[in-house]
Design a protein around this ligand. Structure first.
Ligand code: ADP
Ligand code: MG
Ligand code: ZN
Length: 477
């Protein structure tokens, strides 16, 4: 990458979780029997008329407000014309020159616009081995056709795959918090295209961009962008040019293939939708939506930082990752009034994440929020040592259950019998004469051998600090 800077702008489609479709009364239900949620309007029969979904307009406004956008007092629907089997009308109702939301910003990335549109139906490609209708065909499920979407377009303010991934995680958590979408990437409720170019460091003018289409996981987005940056860098280094084209990233092979070049780009022949009046939300409506916005992840991260005293990184990890944050809130709640929020946060983002991985929803793990909260309380009360608690957490991750019962069953209770501990320490001193000599001659590190012996004997039930204190006492150090 040396000598070049990557420039990335994202286009994100978000399916809104309204009860019904954008312009008709058909229900929205992912996974329903194909072609059961359709009507003459969303199937594009002649003579039918679209009726805008008020809930979708409210959701679009809420999204714009959460992204710091201006809400247009009057915006239009346009027809975006193209011919494809997933589009029975032959056009998609979208917005063109005046989107409902524009000029926002989220965590340093400017939002160019966010507009409303309807989703296309879903083409399902059935390969040679497919069992539907024989070989090599495409079938269409019109259930998705007409689902309300908000398309969010950023300015090209992102500079790496990792930054794109982190920012998208924040965007996703923000939209989830708003409650306007279920933002389920596997089900296609949140889809992302990345526009990518590179330019010599210091150059203002943007390079030629390519577009990576429809990536549906954070990991693939990061990898796809980084692969494309590497490809463009190699091209420029070889004295060649980047051609403007649309690309597909194959996560399994890591390869990029061209879907279409600029010459094949559509001319959409946009024109105002004659069957719909402009969207003109009253000021009062916009204010009503603004005051009912929930606490958003950015604000939450600040609160975690300032009220709970979490580090910036821990606060952001919890606030920007929707599932992790929700789990942390449940642990806090389970911990009740006196819970030490900072310790709970450290256990969630540290020990638990180390065991289940940062991309797993902790709510789907075997560790219930109540169990984790209880375990942390037990550590605080010195009922179990840090080392013992890690063993308990191992068991919780494996099989779930209750920390008290695990401590009991595995004999992990911290030693509170100081006679027993003193006895083990005597044995440790006797078994480690060299460490004792070293300690006496001023080599403080030698205590490690003795603590190690004690921990082994007690299976981690002894408290390291307590052991150190007693050893020093016994050797009069
Ligand atoms: P198009 O007309 O090809 O759709 P737009 O100007 O509408 O392009 O921009 C689409 C997206 O591409 C936006 O997110 C924008 O920030 C981004 N973008 C535009 N030009 C570049 C570029 N040269 N490099 C990277 N991203 C770009
Ligand atoms: Mg575009
Ligand atoms: Zn319908």
């Amino acid at each position: 990458m040396s000598g070049y800077e990557a420039v990335i702008g994202l286009e994100i489609h978000v399916q809104l979780s309204t009860n019904t479709k954008m312009f008709c009364g058909c229900k929205l239900e992912f996974g329903a029997q194909p072609n059961t949620l359709t009507c003459p309007v969303c199937l594009g029969h002649p003579g039918t008329l679209p009726v805008p979904n008020e809930q979708a307009v409210r959701y679009a406004i809420a999204t714009g407000l959460a992204l710091g956008c201006e809400i247009a007092p009057r915006s239009m629907f346009h027809r975006k014309n193209y011919f494809y089997p997933d589009l029975p009308k032959g056009y998609q109702i979208s917005q063109f020159d005046v989107p409902i939301c524009s000029e926002g910003e989220l965590a340093g990335v400017r939002i160019h616009r966010a507009h409303m549109e309807e989703d296309a139906a879903k083409n399902i490609h059935v390969g040679e081995s497919g069992r539907i209708h024989g070989a090599g065909r495409t079938v269409v499920d019109y259930n998705r056709g007409g689902t309300p979407l908000v398309e969010i377009v950023t300015e090209p303010d992102i500079h790496s795959g990792a930054q794109a991934r982190e920012w998208l995680q924040l965007l996703r958590a923000t939209i989830k918090q708003l409650g306007v979408s279920d933002v389920n990437m596997e089900e296609g409720s949140l889809r992302c295209d990345a526009n990518i170019s590179i330019r010599p460091v210091g150059q203002q003018e943007l390079g030629t961009k390519t577009e990576l289409k429809n990536m549906n996981s954070f990991r693939f987005i990061e990898r796809g962008i980084d692969a494309e940056i590497a490809r463009q860098t190699a091209l420029l280094n070889a004295g060649e040019k980047v051609t403007q084209e649309t690309l597909h990233f194959d996560p399994s092979s890591g390869s990029l293939t061209s879907l279409r070049s600029k010459e094949e780009a559509h001319d959409y022949r946009y024109f105002p939708e004659p069957d719909l009046v402009p969207v003109a939300p009253a000021k009062e409506l916009i204010e009503e939506i603004r005051v009912t916005l929930p606490e958003l992840p950015l604000q939450k991260a600040e609160r975690y930082e300032h009220e709970i005293g979490l580090s910036v990184d821990t606060a952001r990890l919890l606030a920007f990752r929707a599932e992790m944050g929700a789990y942390f809130e449940s642990v806090l709640e389970a911990g009740g009034e006196g819970a030490d929020a900072k310790r709970l946060a450290d256990w969630v983002t540290g020990e638990l994440v180390a065991r289940i991985g940062a991309d797993t929803d902790p709510a789907l793990s075997n560790v219930s929020p109540a169990a984790l909260a209880r375990l942390v309380v037990m550590v605080g009360n010195k009922q179990v040592t840090g080392a013992g608690a890690k063993t308990v957490l191992d068991r919780l991750v494996e099989n779930g259950g209750d920390p008290d019962a695990i401590v009991e069953a595995e004999g992990l209770a911290a030693m509170d019998d100081s006679d027993e501990l003193a006895g083990v320490i005597d044995a440790a001193l006797e078994a480690n004469p060299r460490a004792v000599e070293d300690l006496k001659s001023g080599n403080g590190k030698a205590i490690g051998a003795i603590i190690g012996f004690v921990m082994k004997q007690t299976q981690g039930r002894a408290d390291g600090g307590e052991v150190t204190r007693i050893v020093r006492d016994k050797l009069s150090l």
